[in-house]
Design a protein around this ligand. Structure first.
Ligand code: NAD
Ligand code: TYD
Length: 352
């Protein structure tokens, strides 16, 4: 079996659902259930014995050691993190705690576990760390996209804490020989994304006929990756990635924010022809230290592991909008806080 951390979050829950749709290999899901963790995302698995959910902190070495000893996973996918840049600006502490200290404590537990494995299991074990393109800093409009060799130049408390965790993971390979893999991916979008991030926030606000806040001039560029493409890339790196290597994962979809928001408005107007969503667009004060452009050069993963995204932005954004239209209760449960009650209602007695 494999262990995923942060599997109740946006990418994590997509990863768990995708994994079990393609394989019968069990998956243990360790998640602290912060505000971003939502077990409703995994409600379709509530009776599926292939999914073992454990509420807990990656920084709890004792708990992690106990899980590793009991379940003996062949691999760990580390997705658990504080992930929202704006929150990191308002309060960096949780980012330092989880992304730096949490990763460190997790690595310590994993190192001890891995050292005691017998030789073949030890050789085959993998620790796959999921990181972000934001560690590379900001690009100007004409600079080439980030390769794996790009220097680290994080600009926000979020990206600095992720950069820190990447360095720790690298050091555990270099110093202790831990068989690690690191992936750095661009902005994800798709089902189950918490409506604090750009795309789900704009959809949720538009559906509620609230203003659509665009930071600064709206010309910041992100490289959008549909979440199931990210999941397939992680599976591919786990399967065939070379130990110690880093793989950039991108969607080949660079777009300025304002274009994203306008596209969402246009597509929503297909479903609600009487609503003038574009009129809700409101330029607001810029984010402090706002990175201007991220872009991923994903030729390494394409060339070496034969991975390519399946979705274009045009197909992915339509699927995403349709998912949010079909799941307005999911948004409402987050907005009212009801999603927090799901744990008690549906997992009572099932939580380890
Ligand atoms: P998310 O915020 O939606 O989910 C994070 C999950 O981690 C939540 O379920 C939360 O409860 C859990 N968690 C937080 N702290 C924890 C702790 N101390 N112990 C155990 N669980 C904890 O994040 P996401 O968007 O799904 O991102 C997942 C990973 O991918 C993160 O490492 C993030 O840095 C990285 N990433 C995300 C994006 C993106 O666009 N979303 C892009 C690049 C990289
Ligand atoms: P976000 O989804 O927070 O991801 P990140 O900061 O990790 O790239 O934001 C994506 C882009 O959208 C970023 O340039 C900030 C911008 N943005 C807005 O303009 N308005 C908003 O309300 C939000 C949440 C983001």
């Amino acid at each position: 079996m494999i262990l995923v951390t942060g599997g109740a979050g946006f990418i994590g829950s997509n990863f768990v659902l995708d994994w079990l749709a393609q394989s019968d290999e069990k998956i243990i899901n360790l998640d602290k259930l912060t505000y971003a963790g939502n077990l409703q995302n995994l409600s379709s698995l509530s009776k599926d014995t292939r999914h073992i959910f454990i509420q807990g902190d990656i920084g709890n070495t004792q708990l992690v050691s106990q899980i590793l000893a009991q379940y003996q996973p062949r691999a760990i996918i580390n997705l658990a993190a504080e992930s929202h840049v704006d929150r990191s600006i308002h309060g960096p502490e949780d980012f330092i705690q989880t992304n730096i200290f949490g990763t460190f404590h997790l690595l310590e537990a994993v190192r001890t576990y891995w050292n005691e494995l017998e030789s073949i299991a030890k050789q085959n074990f993998r620790f796959l760390h999921v990181s972000t393109d934001e560690v590379y800093g900001s690009l100007t409009r004409n600079e080439p996209a980030f390769t794996e060799e790009h220097r680290y130049e994080p600009n926000s408390p979020y990206s600095a804490s992720k950069a820190s965790s990447d360095h720790l993971v690298r050091a555990y390979h270099h110093t202790y020989g831990l068989p690690i893999l690191t992936t750095n991916c661009s902005n994800n979008y798709g089902p189950f994304q918490f409506p604090e991030k750009l795309i789900p926030l704009m959809i949720a606000n538009a559906l509620a006929r609230k203003s659509l806040p665009v930071y600064g001039d709206g010309q910041q560029i992100r490289d959008w990756l549909f979440v199931t493409d990210h999941c397939s890339a992680i599976r591919r790196v786990l399967e065939a990635g070379i130990v110690g290597e880093t793989y950039n994962i991108g969607g080949c979809n660079e777009k300025p924010n304002i274009e994203i928001v306008q596209t969402i408005c246009t597509l929503l107007e297909d479903s609600f022809p009487d609503s003038a969503f574009h009129k809700l667009i409101t330029y607001v004060k810029d984010r402090p230290g706002h990175d201007r452009r991220y872009a991923i050069n994903a030729t390494k993963i394409e060339r070496e592991l034969n991975w390519k995204p399946a979705e274009t932005f045009e197909t992915g954004i339509r699927k995403t909008i349709q998912w949010y239209l079909n799941n307005q209760q999911w948004i409402a449960d987050i907005q009212t806080g009801t999603y927090r009650e799901w744990i008690e209602k549906n997992y009572l007695g099932l939580l380890k």
